[in-house]
Every structure is written in C-alpha cells, then in structure tokens.
Design a protein around this ligand. Structure first.
Ligand code: MN
Ligand code: MN
Length: 470
C-alpha cells in the first residue's frame, strides 16, 4: 500500500499551527444523536423557565428527583451528599460535597437565569381611548422594536399584604389570551422610518395592549380598565394596589422550536443564559464522587449588572462557601484562593449577515462547540477579569483530554460595543475564572438561536471540569 508522503511544510504545519476548526465535522453520528437527546431535556426546561423564579422552581424539582435535599447549616454532610440552597426563589445553588471537601478549593459553574424582558411598572394599568394597557419598564439590553407586534405572555407573582403570594402565568397555553405591544403601520410611519432606532422606539412606547371592552354600559369613565381589574380580581384575587408588590413581567409567548430543515438548532426566548444554566444543572446532577466540592449556581440580575441580593454581586455564594468551609475547619479565604470557576455564559456567534460586527479570526461559530471567552468588557478590556494564561492552559488541557469540542471567542470586533458576564465578580473573590458557554445568534432577541451540539458540548465541558481533580 502506498502511504501518502507528507511534505515538510505539511509536517511543520501540523506541529506548529492551530488546525482550522472543523467544528461539528469532528463529531460522529452517535455524539450528534446524544446532543439531540440532551436538548430534548433542555427544551423542556426552557419552556418551563421563562423567568428566574420559574427556573428555580423547575430545577428544585429536578434536583430533588436526583437526590438533592435543602441545605441545613446545622447538619453535617459527607462526601457525595447533594444539597441545594434556594435564595429567595430567584437564585439557586446545587452542591455536591467532594471527597476533599472545600480545603483544596471548590469547583464552580455559574450561569444566570434572568433574561431580557418587559417588566410591569409599579402602577402599570391605565386606560386610553377605550383601550386598557400596561406600562412597562424594560429589563436588560433589548432592541425595542423587536418587542412590538409579537405575542407576549404575563409571568410572575403578586404578593398580597397578608403574606400570600399569587402566581401569574397567562399567555403561553394556546387556549390562553396573549398580549401585545402595538406598532405603527408602515403607511403612516414616514416620520418614524426616518428616525434613528433609538428615537423611533423609546421605552415609553413599550405599552402592552391588554383589553378593549368596558365593564358595562354605565357612563363611568375608565370602565375598560375597571373590567380588566375585575377579571384580574376574579382570577387572582388582586386589586390595583397589589401591583405595587408584584414581580410581573411580559415575556414572548412562543415556545422553543427546532430551527432548520436539519433540525440542528433551537430557536427560543431566553437561551441567554438558560442554555448554560441547564448544562450546569445537569453536570451537578450527573457528576460522580467529585474530589473537590462542586457548586452549580443559577444566579439572577445578570442582565442588569448583577446588583441586588439575588445577583452575583451579593454575598450569597461566598456566604454558602463560608458555611461549607467552616464545617471543614478551613477559612473561606483559603478556599477561595484555590477555587476555580467556569462562568457559564453565552457569546455572540458569528453571523454572516452582519459579518462586519465581528472579527472572523476571534469570533465563535455555531456548531464550533463550547466557546471559551478569555475576557469580555469594552473600551480596551475595561471592566473584565481576563483569565490568566495559566488558568486558560488548565481549561484547555481538561477539555482536550476529554475530547470536548470547543473554540475561543471574543464578543465582536474591538470597539464594536461590548458586554460583560459574572466572571469578574468571581475573580474579585480571588478565584480563577473564565467564561465558557454556548454561541448564540440573535442574542437578546425574543427568539434566539443556538446549536444543539454546542449545548451538549457545554454540558460535557462542565461535567469534565467538575469530575477532574484540580
Ligand atoms: Mn448572559
Ligand atoms: Mn445577556
């Protein structure tokens, strides 16, 4: 048999240059099937978790089914024990106690479960021209025009003065009514169409249409509003004043769908960052007897800067690790300096239609696998932690040894904009951290796109990171 002889250049290339990413071509049929199967579970999670509260409720159930119990700091735990901590029904930590406990650091995988949306204002309900509407205040970075003329659902809770909390969930079932932000018809939009996007769609335009029939034929004013309040009272037992103590939000009413003739992708609301939260949950559930204690964190408030008691600037994670450390007879600061973290968040997948926003050599690609983002930030690496060379080397080794499909990615071209993740807040706790997650097309749109194999490879990356000793 004639063996093809490689040229000197070919041999040197093999030794010295990065092989052009072949992405999904590296995966065999069996692996792709595993990814498709894994994503069935993901879609179920996604459709049940449009808000952070729903994600927490769903995950607690899944975790309890997998043997996790609520953490009790007065109890002692042994290696292999599985516990969860629920922070105000809006953030959650799943923890598997390691054989070495916390003394050699903990392994963290942190994703966020809040997504951009339209929150109701504290006084949302009004009537104008015989239509009833809700005033909203958008949450997170959105292109406002994308939220007009699409069906919306109302999710959240209303807390009453007597302490009871009413769940609100309306608009997702096909038999439910839905809601909508209206837009101006093109025929009359001459002025709007010549404005910049920021001016044409401002925050006070994002009013949601919720009704149009008056209560009865009495000549009372605001009887359309009255009729809506009457419906809400009958359904939820709430009055107008109760909106003041509510977390109510408008989210896209659509369910997740396969995208493409080949069904290779998933389109849905809220991939950012449920697409990393689900792999983090499953990695915590699936990890077997880890050496170091493992904690998957589903955090809140990321889309608005991580402030607040359920966000990553809060001390809730460090406080929990401190409790674990105390039980092990070690100090929190000595645990943190040895701890490592994958900040599981998404990156912007290269979009050929908007190629000029990216720098092709450093962008991440759909089907390229889990994306490692060394730094985020903007304006000359401002406001980012930037993972060290040494930690990057460690993560590369872990992923390569396990044959995880991965790529690197920068968030767009230099000075094209920017963004951040929770990585820097973990770095500020004196741990090593890097972003690793799923590439997303149309990020922050009501319908975002991810690849099924990228979701699965992100899960594999997290599981491998948790499983390996340091
Ligand atoms: Mn994110
Ligand atoms: Mn985001």
């Amino acid at each position: 048999m004639a063996q093809e002889k490689k040229t000197e250049a070919a041999l040197l290339k093999e030794k010295l240059l990065v092989k052009k990413q072949s992405g999904i071509r590296k995966l065999n049929r069996e692996e792709i099937e595993k990814a498709d199967k894994f994503c069935k579970g993901y879609v179920e999670f996604l459709d049940s978790s449009k808000t952070e509260r729903e994600a927490v409720t769903y995950t607690i159930k899944a975790a309890e089914n997998a043997g996790f119990t609520e953490y009790d700091r007065t109890k002692s735990y042994k290696p292999g024990d599985r516990v969860y901590v629920n922070n105000r029904n809006k953030a959650l930590m799943l923890c598997v106690i390691g054989k070495q406990g916390t003394k050699n650091g903990v392994k963290l995988g942190i994703a966020h479960i809040d997504s951009p949306r339209l929150d109701l204002k504290p006084n949302p309900l009004y009537e104008s021209s015989d239509l009833a509407l809700f005033k909203t205040h958008y949450y997170g970075g959105i292109k406002k025009y994308q939220w007009t003329a699409v069906p919306l659902a109302l999710h959240g809770v209303v807390a009453l003065k007597d302490g009871t909390v009413r769940d609100v969930y309306i608009g997702d079932d096909e038999s439910d009514p839905c809601f909508v932000v209206t837009d101006l018809l093109p025929h009359l939009a001459n002025e709007q169409m010549t404005q910049t996007m920021v001016k044409a769609f401002n925050g006070e335009h994002l009013n949601v249409l919720i009704g149009s029939r008056p209560f009865n034929e009495d000549e009372e004013s605001e009887s359309v509003k009255l009729n809506i309040m009457n419906i809400l009272f009958e359904k939820y037992g709430i009055t107008e004043a109760d909106f003041i103590s509510a977390d109510l939000t408008m989210v896209p009413a659509a369910k997740a769908r396969d995208v493409g003739f080949d069904r290779s992708m998933i389109g849905a609301y809220g991939h950012d960052d449920k697409v990393c939260a689900y792999p983090a949950v499953m990695a915590a559930i699936d990890v077997k007897d880890p050496e170091q204690t493992v904690i998957s964190v589903l955090t809140d408030r990321e889309e608005i800067g991580s402030d607040g008691n359920t966000g990553m600037k809060s001390s809730y994670l460090a406080d929990f690790i401190a409790d674990l450390a105390e039980a092990d007879g070690v100090k929190l600061r000595h645990v943190m300096e040895k701890s490592t973290c994958l900040s599981a968040d998404v990156n912007a997948a290269f979009d050929p239609t908007y190629a000029s926003a990216y720098e092709a050599n450093n962008a991440c690609y759909i089907n390229g696998g889990a994306v490692i983002t060394k730094y985020t930030g903007s304006g000359g690496k401002y406001s980012t932690s930037d993972a060290s060379a040494e930690f990057m080397a460690k993560v590369r080794r872990i992923l390569d040894d396990a044959d995880v499909l991965w790529q690197t990615g920068e968030l767009g071209k230099v000075d094209g904009g920017g963004g951040g993740t929770i990585a820097k807040f973990i770095a500020n706790l004196n741990a090593d951290v890097v972003d690793l997650g799923v590439p997303v097309l149309s990020m922050h749109a009501p319908f975002e796109i991810v690849s099924k194999t990228d979701v699965y490879e992100t899960y594999r990356a997290l599981l491998e990171f948790y499983s390996i000793n340091n």
